[in-house]
Design a protein around this ligand. Structure first.
Ligand code: CA2
Length: 152
């Protein structure tokens, strides 16, 4: 198995996880999510690079970095950029890495302006509505795709 690193990228305001609107986004902090992702990846002998930014360009730089550092895949919660960012969609298209789009909430049962995702148009898969467990589900799915075997 050549490619063992998964980039987990988080968009704007997700640094506030666990500190605001817990009724919507839950009580787990972003540090808790990082731990969950690292533990899930480790079960399959995978590593993660975990990042959050409030800036679109920085997220794009990290998508390109995932490619140059030969990562195997990307998990991305684009947050508020989901419905606006052709630039993030283009970056994902350009790097040709499998990308899983994750949303903590089910964006389709929320306001209609959250429904149209540019990222879904290029994502390998989309997970929405499982809370932060969606990140672990994304990594587990990617482990299968990358041919990573569960360690006992
Ligand atoms: O459900 C998700 O994961 C979202 O990507 C979260 C975004 C929202 O714009 C998307 O429609 C769905 C918002 C992220 C804001 O994060 C916060 C976390 C805690 C408290 C306040 C904001």
């Amino acid at each position: 198995m050549a490619k063992t690193t998964i980039y987990v990228l988080n968009g704007p305001n997700l640094n506030l996880l666990g500190t605001r609107e817990p009724e919507k986004y839950g009580r787990a902090t972003l540090a808790d999510v990082e731990k969950l992702c690292a533990e899930t990846a480790k079960r399959f002998g995978l590593d993660i690079v975990f990042r959050q930014s409030n800036r679109e360009g920085e997220l794009i730089d990290w998508i390109q970095e995932a490619h140059t550092k030969d990562a195997g895949a990307i998990v991305i919660n684009p947050a508020g950029y989901t419905t606006t960012s052709i630039a993030i969609m283009d970056a994902l298209l350009a790097v040709k890495l499998p990308a899983i789009e994750v949303h903590i909430t089910n964006i389709h049962t929320r306001e209609s302006f959250r429904h149209n995702s540019y990222i879904s148009k290029v994502a390998k898969a989309v997970i929405a509505g499982f809370g932060v467990d969606g990140y672990a589900l994304a990594i587990t799915g990617l482990a299968g795709l990358l041919g990573a075997r569960q360690k006992d």
